[in-house]
Design a protein around this ligand. Structure first.
Ligand code: HEM
Length: 409
C-alpha cells in the first residue's frame, strides 16, 4: 500500500503576502502568551514571514469561525504550521467533510461510554504505576519520566500492541516530531516512512486476525462501510499512520505545563486537595490557560478579509487555540486561574466542528489522572533546571525537571 495520495496543492509563494507582523521564533513559556496578547490587541490577524509564511488568528471568534466552517476554510491544503510538503494527506485530519465523515464514523464507537469506563480504570492504573516510583525518588523529569511514557502506554493498549512495539512507535514518533520542529526534511521523510511501514504491518495483521471493531481501531477502519463500500486502502493506511502519533505529544507538553503552573501556585494544589470535586473544573481551566496547540491550520477557499486584513485563497492560516483561549472579549481575567467560568463559552483546546479532537475522552482521562495524583501526593513542586520548549504547531515544555515536597503522611 502507498501513502494516501491526496497531495498538498502546489502554491505560488510569490503571490503571497510578505507583511511581517511578528517573529514566530518566540518560544519561552510565558513570552508566547505575551506575544499573543499583544497581537490580539494590536493586530488580531497577523502575518509572519517565518516558517514558510503564514497568517495567525488570535481572537476566539475568528478561530472558532474557521474551524466550524469547512466550506470557507479547508483543511485539505495545509493543516499545520509549519507546512511539511513531503508527506501525504492523512485522514481524518487532512480531509474535509463529506470525505472526512466515514473515517470519523469508524473511530467514534471506540470512545463510547462503556469504552470510556474501561479507559478510566486502565489509564488511572497506568498513571499510578508510573508515578509511584517517581514519588519515592522525589526528583524526576515530569515530561520525560511521566508525561511521555503515559500516552505511549495508552497507545499500546489502544492499538493492542506490545509495550516494546509501542515504545518503538513512540521513539519514532518523537524523532518525527523533532524533525518537524527542526525542519530536517530527510529525517521527516525517513521517520514518516517507518511510521507508514508500522501502520501497514498493523493493517496486514488485522486483516489476517480481525478483532472487535468496537475496541480495535484498525479493525474498525477495515470493517467500515461507506455507501456499501470499504474505505480506500490508502485512506485506512493514512488514518492508522496518523493515529500512531497524533495523541502523543500534546499530553506530554500539557502535563509539563500543568506542573509549571502548580510550581508557581502550590496554593492550587492545597485548594484541590481540600475540594477534590473541583478537579474537573481545574483541568478545564488549565487546558484553557496552557492550550497545547497554536499551529493547527486551515486555508481559505477564496480570497477573504478578516479584521481588515486581506487573505488570499491559497495562504495558510494558523489557528492559535493557545491565544483564542485567553481572549479578554470572551474570558474574564483571561490570564488568571479561576474555577467560576461556568457562564463563559467553552475553551477551544480540543478544537470545534468536524475535526474536534477524536481522542478528547482519552486525553481528558490521562490529564485528570495526572492532576489527581499530583493533588493527592504533592505539597509543592520546585523546578530545578531549564525548561526547553516545543515549537510550532505545539506549545508547552518538553522537559520539566523537579524536586517535590510530598504531602505529609
Ligand atoms: C491534551 C491532549 C490533546 C489535545 C489538546 C488535542 C487537541 C486536538 C485538536 C485541537 C484537534 C483539532 C485539530 C484541527 O481542528 O485542525 C485534534 C484532532 C485530533 N485528535 Fe487530538 N488532542 C489531544 C490528544 C489526543 C489523543 C490522546 C488522541 C488519540 C487517542 C487524539 C486524536 C485526535 C485525532 C484522530 C484528531 C483528528 C480528528 C479529525 O480530524 O476529525 N488527540 N486534537
Amino acid at each position: 500500500m502507498k501513502p494516501h495520495d491526496i497531495r498538498p496543492q502546489p502554491r505560488n509563494p510569490e503571490a503571497f503576502s510578505n507583511a511581517h507582523d511578528f517573529d514566530a521564533g518566540i518560544d519561552d513559556f510565558d513570552a508566547v502568551h505575551g506575544l499573543f496578547s499583544e497581537l490580539r490587541s494590536r493586530c488580531p490577524v497577523a502575518h509572519s514571514n517565518d516558517l514558510g509564511g503564514f497568517w495567525l488568528f488570535t481572537r476566539y471568534e475568528d478561530v472558532e469561525h474557521a474551524i466550524s466552517t469547512p466550506s470557507e476554510y479547508t483543511t485539505a491544503v495545509q493543516n499545520v504550521v509549519p507546512r511539511v510538503a513531503t508527506t501525504g494527506r492523512r485522514p481524518p485530519l487532512h480531509l474535509d467533510p463529506p470525505e472526512h465523515t466515514p473515517y470519523r464514523r469508524a473511530l467514534t464507537p471506540l470512545f463510547r461510554r462503556e469504552r470510556m469506563d474501561h479507559w478510566n480504570t486502565s489509564i488511572r492504573g497506568m498513571a499510578r504505576s508510573l508515578f509511584s516510583p517517581l514519588l519515592a525518588k522525589g526528583q524526576f523529569d515530569v515530561c520525560r519520566d511521566f508525561g511521555y511514557p503515559l500516552p505511549a502506554m495508552v497507545l499500546a493498549e489502544f492499538f493492542g500492541i506490545s509495550a516494546e512495539d509501542a515504545d518503538r512507535v513512540r521513539a519514532i514518533g518523537n524523532d518525527f516530531t523533532i524533525a518537524l520542529e527542526t525542519m530536517d526534511m530527510e529525517m521527516i521523510q525517513k521517520t514518516s516512512l517507518v511510521l507508514y511501514e508500522t501502520a501497514a504491518r498493523l493493517i496486514e495483521d488485522r486483516k489476517a486476525n480481525p478483532r472487535d471493531p468496537g475496541v480495535d481501531p484498525v479493525s474498525a477502519l477495515l470493517e467500515m462501510r461507506h455507501n456499501g463500500e470499504t474505505l480506500p486502502e490508502d485512506g485506512i493506511l493514512g488514518t492508522v499512520r496518523q493515529l500512531l502519533v497524533v495523541g502523543i505529544i500534546a499530553p506530554t507538553t500539557f502535563i509539563g505545563s500543568m506542573v509549571i503552573h502548580l510550581s508557581r501556585h502550590p496554593e492550587h494544589l492545597a485548594l484541590l486537595r481540600a475540594e477534590p470535586d473541583k478537579i474537573p473544573a481545574a483541568v478545564d481551566e488549565l487546558l484553557r490557560l496552557y492550550t497545547p496547540y497554536r499551529g493547527f491550520a486551515r486555508t481559505p477557499v477564496s480570497d477573504t478579509t478578516v479584521c481588515g486584513r486581506e487573505i488570499k485563497a491559497d495562504e495558510p492560516v494558523a489557528l492559535a487555540f493557545t491565544a483564542a483561549n485567553r481572549d479578554p472579549e470572551v474570558f474574564r481575567e483571561p490570564d488568571t486561574f479561576r474555577l467560576d467560568r461556568q457562564d463563559e463559552p467553552p475553551h477551544l483546546a480540543f478544537g470545534r466542528g468536524p475535526h474536534m479532537c477524536a481522542g478528547k475522552g482519552i486525553a481528558m482521562v490521562m490529564i485528570t489522572a495526572a492532576l489527581e495524583l499530583f493533588v493527592e501526593h504533592v505539597e509543592a513542586f520546585e523546578i530545578t533546571g531549564p525548561v526547553p520548549m516545543t515549537t510550532w504547531p505545539e506549545y508547552g515544555p518538553l522537559s520539566v525537571p523537579v524536586n517535590i515536597t510530598p504531602v505529609a503522611g
